[in-house]
Design a protein around this ligand. Structure first.
Ligand code: GUN
Length: 302
């Protein structure tokens, strides 16, 4: 059996089209335009490329968008003041501070300074707590896990009562996706297990997974024999294993590999995400979805 390849690129495009319509309707009926600011400190090339992609998408969706670049030596105090300015700007509904920040700045302090109702990354402790409580409380789901849930649901997998096994316990992916799939809600209601570096028999847990989410950051960690035939495999790993020359641009680009041996796994799984082109394209799209949600909350739009 060859697995269905879940294209995050296609699903992301589909959601962006849905969002574009929603944004046009908000503007027409309510005169509200979602506003997003992305704050970049310094000149880290990976961060620049992420922020540029976020800005490009928000422009395509006709958001009011601001790219705020700060020098690498900006003080923590100045950054906190900047966040305070955007917290009080009614045209801005979402604030994103690109991570990592330079060492002289306390990342926690900065993230905690963002108004939880503008925290479209879903990283603020208030939003982490809201997700834990679930139901109407859950306001902004962190973008990568929210994208993973969309992929599972849109691939047609039943989540209610399903065995979901999550490999990895990070705050950005492992813990929140486990929490999301556990919720008493559509697209969730799963029985969830998290496995990690100290788990005794990782293979045994993975083998019973109807839905396997792998976010460990270890290339080829999950062996083909760990995969339950017909299951849904979501590979969140983005491991740089070398470099190559791009056929399109002639420039050097990274060779990326997931946490799952894709070629072997696709002969066993029912559906699987590729790397790249799987989970990656969903993250930015979910950021846009959170920004639309934030604009609706701020303006009491149902
Ligand atoms: N750096 C890498 N990924 C992310 C992300 O999802 N959000 C923010 N704010 N910074 C990041």
């Amino acid at each position: 059996m060859t697995a269905k390849i879940i294209s995050g690129k296609e699903v992301a495009q589909q959601i962006r089209e849905e969002l574009k319509k929603e944004v046009a309707e908000m503007k027409e009926k309510h005169g509200v335009v979602p506003g997003l600011v992305t704050i970049l400190v310094g000149e880290d090339p990976a961060s620049i490329s992420y922020v540029t992609a976020k800005q490009k998408t928000s422009h395509e969706l006709d958001f009011h968008s601001i790219q705020d670049n700060q020098p690498p030596d900006v003080s923590e105090e100045a950054l906190l003041q900047l966040i305070d300015k955007y917290n009080n700007d009614p045209q801005i509904h979402g604030i994103l501070v690109q991570l990592p920040l330079p060492k002289h700045i306390d990342e926690k302090k900065v993230l905690n300074a963002i108004d939880p109702d503008k925290d479209v990354d879903g990283f603020h402790p208030v939003n982490v707590g809201r997700l834990m409580i679930g139901g109407d409380e859950a306001k902004f789901l962190p973008c990568t896990p929210a994208g993973i849930q969309e992929l599972i649901v849109r691939a047609g997998f039943e989540t209610s009562g399903a065995e979901v096994v999550v490999v990895g316990r990070s705050n950005i992916v492992g813990k929140p996706i486990a929490n999301i799939m556990l919720q008493k809600a559509a697209g969730a209601n799963a029985t969830v297990t998290i496995v990690h570096t100290r788990t005794k028999d990782m293979a045994a847990h993975c083998k019973r997974a109807d839905i396997l989410v792998v976010a460990a950051g270890v290339p080829d960690l999950v062996k083909p024999e760990w995969i339950k035939p017909g299951s849904c495999v979501i590979d969140v790993g983005v491991n740089r294993v070398g470099e190559k020359i791009s056929e399109k641009t002639g420039k050097k680009i990274a060779i990326l590999k997931g946490d799952v041996n894709f070629e072997a796994a696709k002969e066993i799984a029912g559906a699987i995400t590729p790397v790249p082109g799987g989970v990656g394209p969903m993250t930015i799209t979910m950021l846009m979805k959170n920004t639309v949600k934030a604009a609706k909350f701020a303006n009491n739009i149902q």
